[in-house]
Design a protein around this ligand. Structure first.
Ligand code: ADE
Length: 254
């Protein structure tokens, strides 16, 4: 079973993810362990201080290397194995579904949240396996980012979702965005569900969905589409399901 620890100055913020729907259920069912760890517990200062001003001057405070390193070492000691240590920061490699799949293979993951202006660089050099950003914007700390990573990784762990189909069909699993989905009624405010979906013809439905995924990805995310290798079957499908003009909706230009 996978275990995720979140090292933070604000354990309350991370405990919320731990109780959250699917992840909370998985945790209670013993499919996944998630726990937050308070970095301050590793301070040797009488007032539990863990931060100091940056050498060379500048704004704000940095978290010292020593309490962070001790926190990692204690995780290794308590669990009897070295954790894969991820430091969340806007300087990291941008998080993707592919990275979530990779991290879901780890037995023990330690997500370290920075705060204030960051952490002493020597902690990163000495203890961190990889630095991850959840996007090109700056948050006030790593806690929200750690929650994002914990949820994206946790839901991929065995037994957390009911069926593998849950994530093999969704956006980003195979580098494509998901096809559109519809439920009853078959006609809603003048808009009909695409006929092929009502046909019960599974091969045609699968073909239509593949084409929709390809077209939506090409249109919305040319950066992703560039990396897709189209099969011969894809070329046939694209020819068979020609691009339809998008139906005009309310508020859209006619
Ligand atoms: N901490 C602050 N901003 C962040 C971001 N974009 N990703 C990860 N950690 C962060």
């Amino acid at each position: 079973m996978m275990r995720i620890e979140i090292a933070t100055l604000f354990p309350d913020m991370c405990d919320r993810v731990i109780g959250e729907s699917i992840i909370g259920r998985a945790r209670r069912a013993g499919k996944l362990e998630i726990e937050s760890i308070n970095i301050r517990d590793y301070s040797d200062d009488r007032f539990h201080r863990i931060d100091d001003t940056p050498y060379g001057g500048g704004m704000g405070m940095l978290i010292e290397a020593e309490p962070l390193a001790r926190c990692c070492e204690d995780a290794a000691r308590r669990n009897g194995k070295r954790p894969h240590v991820v430091y969340l920061s806007p300087k990291g490699a941008v998080f993707t579904q592919q990275k979530a799949v990779e991290l879901a293979q780890k037995e023990l993951l330690l997500l370290v949240c920075g705060h204030y202006e960051g952490v002493d660089e020597r902690f990163i050099e000495a203890c961190v396996d990889e630095e991850i950003s959840i996007g090109d914007y700056v948050l006030t700390g790593g806690e929200l980012a750690a929650r994002v990573v914990a949820v994206a990784v946790g839901r991929l762990c065995d037994g957390v979702l009911s069926d593998a189909v849950c994530y093999t069909e969704e956006s980003h699993y195979d580098g494509l965005l998901e096809y559109p989905q519809y439920t009853r009624p078959a006609e809603w405010r003048g808009r009909r569900v695409p006929e092929v979906l009502l046909s019960g013809h599974h091969a045609n439905i699968a073909g239509w969905r593949r084409v929709q995924s390809l077209r939506i990805t090409a249109h919305r995310r040319p950066d992703l589409y560039e990396r897709v290798t189209l099969t011969e079957q894809d070329h046939k499908l694209l020819a068979r399901f020609p691009e339809e003009p998008e139906p005009a909706g309310e508020g859209e230009p006619q």
